[in-house]
Design a protein around this ligand. Structure first.
Ligand SMILES: [Zn+2]
Length: 262
């Protein structure tokens, strides 16, 4: 059995239109950049490797604070861990805010979907700015496992292919004493994508700003960034075939800072 802890490695600001399709592009929302620690069965597993340290306050055009090696080491130090203690690193996908410290995990087996790897090295035109090969090419010299589809990698840990946000995004299903959880990565950025409000609502972001969100008639609300919306909806239902809706943990959900499961 495992326990999941959300560690905050940095913070990123992005337009509402990135969080939800056709959303407001003039209002920014602040969200956490998480690395997810999974401990149990004598394993120290990390999911995702965070964002770079900002230069003049920005990373790839997005305002960022924290991040980098320092942000990662600080997050792990809080758990009395160093990067070299991690034995398994799972990358949900290779967007620049999920891979910035991969080179530090010299003792880890690293899991990426094969189709994500190929797509990240030759991205669709509209996704060129979201990948930075300089951040993940080091993986070729490391203990990299390119996985083709769903795979159980350890007792109680399964990789679940969820294409749509990117070509090869994978979620991580984790068995805990509180049942099975699915770390969805950016398939769902937040609970708004997973449980869209029917009427307009106001939410509070990481900085305490109140932000208006439109209502939606859809059962799931796609993020503004995606490669294939049909695949994205298929992957939503696939996620529900793995765990119940309440056991899905979105990738950048502000209300989950500091939480652990169970
Ligand atoms: Zn992403």
């Amino acid at each position: 059995m495992y326990r999941i802890k959300l560690l905050t490695q940095g913070e990123i600001m992005a337009p509402i239109g990135v969080l939800q399709i056709l959303g407001d592009m003039s209002t920014l929302i602040t969200a956490p950049v998480y690395v997810w620690l999974i401990e149990g069965n004598d394993r120290k597993i990390l999911v995702d490797a965070g964002i770079e340290e900002p230069v003049n306050g920005f990373v790839h055009g997005f305002p960022v604070s924290g991040g980098g090696e320092e942000g990662l080491k600080k997050a792990l130090e809080g758990e009395n861990l160093k990067p070299e203690d991690i034995d398994t690193l799972i990358l949900t996908h290779l967007h620049f805010d999920h891979v910035a410290t991969t080179s530090l995990f010299q003792n880890a087996r690293i899991y990426v979907q094969k189709r994500e790897w190929e797509s990240a090295l030759n991205p669709p035109i509209h996704f060129r700015a979201t990948y930075d090969a300089g951040l993940f090419q080091c993986l070729e010299e490391m203990d990299l496992c390119l996985v083709d589809g769903d795979k159980r990698i350890l007792d109680g840990i399964e990789l679940i292919l969820l294409p749509g946000h990117t070509k090869g995004l994978q979620g991580v299903a984790v068995q805990t004493e509180g049942g099975k959880y699915l770390l969805s990565g950016d398939h769902f950025y937040s609970f708004l994508n997973l449980n869209p409000p029917k009427e307009p609502i106001e939410i509070v972001d990481l900085q305490g700003n109140k932000i208006k969100i439109q209502g939606s008639p859809l059962p799931f609300l796609p993020p503004g960034l995606h490669v294939d919306l049909t695949e994205w909806f298929d992957s939503c239902f696939k996620a529900l075939s793995v765990v119940t809706r309440k056991n899905i943990l979105p990738g950048h959900e502000p209300s989950l800072v500091g939480k652990q499961f169970p």
